[in-house]
Design a protein around this ligand. Structure first.
Ligand code: ARG
Length: 460
């Protein structure tokens, strides 16, 4: 079936139909399309275009169609141009002539926008729930090793000691921002486009506010031309999804390293790793590598729609049909990656001795020494110089922090008074970082409790 044709003398070519059809992918919108059309039938009744009886016939037929659409045979032999056309053909088959009124004052340009917004709302909810699951798993893991210490890195060089929960809370913050960003994308999508017509506004007096209430939208769009040419709401989601994938990818990268034999900090569960067909000893972090890999695909989806939209003249252009595959793809890869990450986090084991040793064997305490000197009155610049020379001397003589005694330190520099030796233990210096947001043990345990609290609010 076609929703147009009067102006044509001959039919479409077979190649054009195959090339331009979108049913293969936009059938994913069928639930949204039916929901939207049922609400539109009610709007037609309110506008006096269909009777209450006709509206009832349409709505009931759509309920049946929705049920039938669950079985794959529903689509067998369907040659309709897109999901909107298919749904109207089915309505004609089920409800007869009254189906001819369902498209009164409505265009597929606004309908596709409506369907995508309805679909996207639910995808945002799904992604946010999965983010909450992942954040919960991160907090569980932090609570499992409250006192574990790791060297924090800058430039991939050991920098300063931090608590393991502090490190995990950094990811909690990133995912909490993703939760907000996807909520913002949802808010922007949750605006009713119906009533815009093809581009100039509908020629029938629909109560748009009533339609918005019916479909659970927070607001109505303000310009029909904008609606017809707008995919910002999809781009907002794709951006939010890309940033979430970026965070997942960095976590994946960290843990691929931390679970390597070189680091030996983490043991990934058997259930999320795989072996080699050749090398019997291998236990590969494939789940994490795939998360990192899929991040590229999601960012590709964002780029794809950006580039599709950037040169389009106002308003709707068929190019815009290419929005769906990247949007679906990104939503699926994001959901899959969030689910996978939660399982990895929930099943990982930390071997706290290894990062503790990495901290002790390096000079992560150098900053603690310099700051303690500054606290005792040495100007920081000189304190930095002195601590630097102390590290250089240690490197030259092959000494680790623990190899120094208080007396030797004092002999090296009288500024290193007796209590400085205490700071050679990386656990000690952390105690001076009790600032909000810092890695001091009290600050971290407060941050952990606060994160738990925030997470309960997010799930609501
Ligand atoms: N399948 C089309 C899309 O996804 C629906 C809108 C069709 N509008 C049109 N003027 N051909 O963009």
């Amino acid at each position: 079936m076609k929703l147009w044709g009067g102006r044509f003398e001959s039919g479409s070519s077979e190649i054009f139909e195959r090339f331009s059809g979108s049913l293969d992918f936009d059938r994913r919108l069928i639930d949204a399309d039916i929901r939207g059309s049922q609400a539109f039938a009610r709007a037609l009744e309110r506008a006096g275009i269909v009777t209450a009886g006709e509206r009832e016939t349409i709505v009931t037929a759509f309920d049946r169609i929705r049920g039938e659409a669950a079985s794959p045979s529903f689509y067998e032999g369907a040659t309709d141009e897109d999901v909107h056309t298919l749904v109207i053909r089915k309505l004609q088959e089920r409800a007869g002539a009254v189906a001819g009124k369902i498209h009164t004052g409505r265009s597929r340009n606004e309908q596709v926008s409506l369907d995508m917004r309805l679909w996207l709302r639910e995808e945002c909810d799904r992604a946010r729930a999965l983010l909450c699951g992942l954040m919960g798993a991160l907090l569980d893991l932090a609570e499992a090793y409250p006192g574990a210490l790791i060297p924090g890195y800058t430039h991939m060089r050991r920098a300063q000691a931090v608590l393991w929960p502090h490190y995990l809370l950094a990811y909690f913050e990133m995912f909490a921002r993703d939760w907000e960003r996807i909520g913002e994308a949802r808010r922007r999508a949750n605006v009713l486009p119906l009533g815009s017509g093809a581009l100039a506004g509908s020629g029938f007096p629909f109560d748009r506010e009533a339609m918005a209430r019916d479909l659970g939208f927070d607001a109505i769009t303000r310009n029909s031309m904008d609606v017809s040419g707008d995919r910002d709401f999809a781009l907002d989601f794709l951006y939010a999804a890309s940033v979430a994938m970026l965070h997942l990818s960095r976590l994946a990268e960290d843990w691929i390293l931390y679970s390597s034999e070189e680091f030996g900090w983490l043991e990934l569960a058997d259930g999320v790793t795989s072996g080699s067909s050749l090398m019997p000893q291998k236990k590969n972090p494939d789940s994490l590598e795939l998360i990192r890999g899929k991040a590229g695909r999601v960012m590709g989806s964002l780029t794809s729609l950006m580039v599709t939209m950037k040169g389009l003249p106002m308003t709707y252009n068929r190019d815009m049909q290419e929005d769906k595959v990247p949007l679906f793809e990104a939503a699926d890869q994001l959901a899959g990656s969030l689910e996978m990450a939660r399982v990895v986090v929930a099943s990982v084991k930390l071997n706290p001795a290894r990062p503790a040793l990495a901290a002790e064997e390096s000079w992560v305490v150098a900053t603690d020494l310099a700051e303690a000197l500054a606290r005792a009155g040495t100007p920081f610049h000189q304190a930095h110089q002195l601590a630097g020379r102390f590290v250089l001397e240690s490197v030259r003589s092959g000494r680790k922090p623990a190899d120094w005694t208080a007396e030797e330190m004092q002999r090296f520099a009288p500024e290193f008074t007796a209590d400085f030796a205490r700071l050679l233990d990386p656990k000690e210096g952390m105690k001076s970082r009790e600032i909000v947001g810092g890695t001091g043990p009290e600050a971290v345990s407060a941050a952990l409790a606060e994160a738990r609290e925030r997470l309960t609010e997010m799930t609501i």
